[in-house]
Design a protein around this ligand. Structure first.
Ligand code: KIV
Length: 289
């Protein structure tokens, strides 16, 4: 874990994190030797500067996930998320971090048409945010694109299994790999993406045995979400694990009830404002003398 502490002396909006050495794609890949990692990789989502500051020292990777569509923008799915949204949030997360590798999701419609379209979108994301890699969903169908990007200097994280951008094809967000055909497909997808040059692969929402098999077979780290403890690392949506939502998927462990704490603090504030007990002298400017 990083020992760096943040210096927010200057301003809340422009903190000056002391420079540190960021994690890189080769450093993440090097964590898996002879088919296993000594210590699992830690990844969480981040969409804002402040959350990035709070998570950075604890995480190897921060993912600016297109789940921000639901978590930040209240959308029904990740389908409407735009490149502009990903660039704005990606840049904020890069500004708030100095240790973790920052990976930004490529939104639906920004990469599927052709490798060239993917390069245009990925290079824009990297120029506008300063992130170190992009993530895209899909397996065999995206292998050519992954090869195109990685051979042109863009590190790519793959994403197989339950791929939320394909919700309309999948018919929902149910865990994948319930029959042999689905299992074979997930294994083939992970293999194709790894062979195409991905530096790591997210495997989401699959039966545990399949996730274990993917992690065992993959030469690059496999990061699980709703997958298996045998994966080479884990990722969760931060707002889910902090308890900001009433409903979370079964695979989420809620580590804290932040929603309750926020509600309590805001109720106290509202009560004090209405009762004229806030602000007090301590929060009020007065002329000296
Ligand atoms: O968008 C996202 O947050 C993700 C993770 C759930 C892996 O892709």
């Amino acid at each position: 874990m990083s020992k760096i502490t943040i210096d927010t002396d200057t301003s809340r909006a422009t903190p000056k994190p002391k420079p540190g050495k960021r994690m890189t794609a080769p450093a993440i890949m090097a964590r898996k030797q002879d088919g296993k990692v000594d210590e699992p990789l830690v990844m969480l989502t981040a969409y804002t500067m402040r959350m990035a500051q709070l998570l950075d020292a604890h995480c190897d990777m921060l993912l600016v996930g297109d789940s921000l569509g639901q978590v930040i923008y209240g959308l029904d799915s990740t389908i409407p998320v735009s490149l502009e949204m990903m660039c704005a949030h990606g840049a904020a997360v890069v500004r708030g971090s100095w240790h973790a590798m920052i990976i930004v999701d490529m939104p639906f419609g920004s990469y599927e048409a052709s490798p060239q379209q993917a390069f245009e979108s990925a290079s824009r994301i990297m120029k506008e945010t300063g992130c170190a890699a992009v993530k895209l969903e899909g397996g065999e169908a995206m292998a050519e694109t992954v090869r195109f990007l990685t051979s042109r200097g863009i590190p790519v994280m793959g994403h197989v299994g339950l791929t939320p951008q394909a919700v309309n094809m999948l018919g929902g967000y149910r865990a994948r790999g319930r029959d042999d055909a689905e299992e074979d497909k997930i294994l083939a997808d992970a293999r194709a993406v790894a062979q195409a040059g991905a530096f790591a692969i997210v495997v989401e929402g699959v039966m545990e045995e399949i996730a274990s098999a993917v992690a065992k077979a993959s030469p690059v780290p496999v990061i699980g979400i709703g997958a298996s403890k045998d994966c080479d690392g884990q990722v969760l949506v931060t707002e889910d694990m902090l308890g900001l939502f009433e409903r979370t998927p079964r695979f989420v462990k809620v580590y804290h009830d932040l929603a309750d704490q926020i509600s309590g603090a805001v109720a106290t504030y509202a009560d004090e404002v209405r009762g004229r007990r806030f602000p007090t002298a301590a929060q009020t400017y007065r002329r000296k003398g």
